[in-house]
Design a protein around this ligand. Structure first.
Ligand SMILES: [Zn+2]
Length: 87
């Protein structure tokens, strides 16, 4: 995608798969090790898009769709995984 975080943190957040701080740190939930690779890739693409758009307005989703056209199916599948992992 041509962009990189300043730092990557691995944590055990209870309610999120990942997050991106204003300082460019991407935090990833260790539980991502338990999900299929295509859903892991969704979280990475999602957080990398936050490096240029720190919100969930339509321009964010347009950018994500540009790099990952099938993001919506992955987003829904990940939500289902979240329910199963009780995140
Ligand atoms: Zn987000």
């Amino acid at each position: 995608m041509g962009r990189a975080p300043k730092r990557i943190r691995i944590g055990g957040q209870k309610t999120r798969w990942g997050s991106c701080s204003a300082r460019g740190t991407i935090s990833l939930n260790w539980r991502l090790m338990l999900v299929p690779a295509d859903l892991f890739d969704y979280v990475i693409a999602h957080e990398l898009c936050h490096l240029i758009a720190a919100h969930h307005r339509p321009s964010f989703w347009r950018e994500l769709a540009r790099v990952m056209p099938d993001y919506e199916a992955r987003r829904l599948a990940l939500r289902d995984m979240g329910a199963r992992l009780s995140l």
